[in-house]
Ligand binder design. Sequence first.
Ligand SMILES: Nc1ncnc2c1ncn2[C@@H]1O[C@H](COP(=O)(O)OP(=O)(O)O)[C@@H](O)[C@H]1O
Ligand SMILES: [Mg+2]
Length: 362
Amino acid sequence: MNADFSKGKYFSPLSFRIAGVTTALSAIILLLLNNLLSDSSLLTNLILSLSAAFLIGITVYFISYRIHSDRLGALKKITKNITKKRFEDYANLNSDQKDELDYLVKQSVRASRTVEREIQRLNKIENYRKEFIGDISHELKTPIFAIQGFVETLLNGALEDSEVNRVFLNKTMRNVNRLIYLTKDLMEISKLETGELKSSLQDIYLWEIISDVVESLQYKAQKENVDIHVKDFDKNLQVRVDRNQIRQVLINLIENGIKYNRPGGHVEINVEQHPHEPDKINVEVKDTGIGIESKDLSRVTERFFRVDKSRSREKGGTGLGLSIVKHIMEAHGEKITIESEPNKGSVFSFTLTKSEYFPVRS
Ligand SMILES: Nc1ncnc2c1ncn2[C@@H]1O[C@H](COP(=O)(O)OP(=O)(O)O)[C@@H](O)[C@H]1O
Ligand SMILES: [Mg+2]
């Protein structure tokens, strides 16, 4: 064992106790033997036996000390470090004596690693929680203060002014709606992040669910003068997914395609066989919109990240849509990729697994 941990020599009560017992036993045995085998006086025998026993005791002390001092030092250091929440790499502790002490040292190193990992995990959760609460309060502030302002203005006389009272009430309503979207998305994301929302997989016809989502978004698309088109694919194609979650993914992606588009633009949904994995299909949501600069591309799935905050807010965005999409994809064990070119458009594509590749359920 590497002696890094035992700094200098120290007095070992354990070795002292072993040496003490050995000295006493040796003294008795030697005295008995001397008395039996030699003709010397009792006093001489006593002095001889005690001296020999003392020498044996000292030798035993040092041997015992050598055997365990390094490893006891290591144990002391490891446990002290754990108490102080200090973690080191104990890779230099290699011993091949294979006794109880070795076992204890190895167990302590293992315990130190476990505690370290657990503390890191808890710190991560704690940081995440702090950040999340900070983000939420920030997001809630804007609509709440706006509502407060409009209601105050109404109470201060605008209520009686038939020219502006409806305008202020409509603005108040828009902000209340914002709070509702935000709460809905926050509940969804917190359920996804805590793992409370388990995906319940079932076989569904993909064509059916896509048509359904497109139909429900048609009104929004028309309002923005954007055309949605689903490219023809096998209507019997079934995928094994959580119906509500995949619906949510499609809504979030298609809605973004509409919101971040230009008047007269298009959103196209394409379903194709995955080029490399026979059990998968690729679903593509492609738009001819404003696109995303490459520096922002990796950040769009972060919570509350928005390239243009005011545009997103104006269109009722919360900055949580893509974050929800990413979580759902992860829960399904599928991949999402984003390609985009500013002023040209974006392609969001994700994989899904075909039902026929799942074992038949009895
Ligand atoms: N299809 C798209 N085209 C251009 N930008 C997009 C597109 N989809 C998302 N983004 C950008 O990514 C940001 C995050 O998207 P999302 O999480 O859905 O939030 P939200 O739509 O509520 O703002 C958007 O604010 C927008 O800046
Ligand atoms: Mg969105």
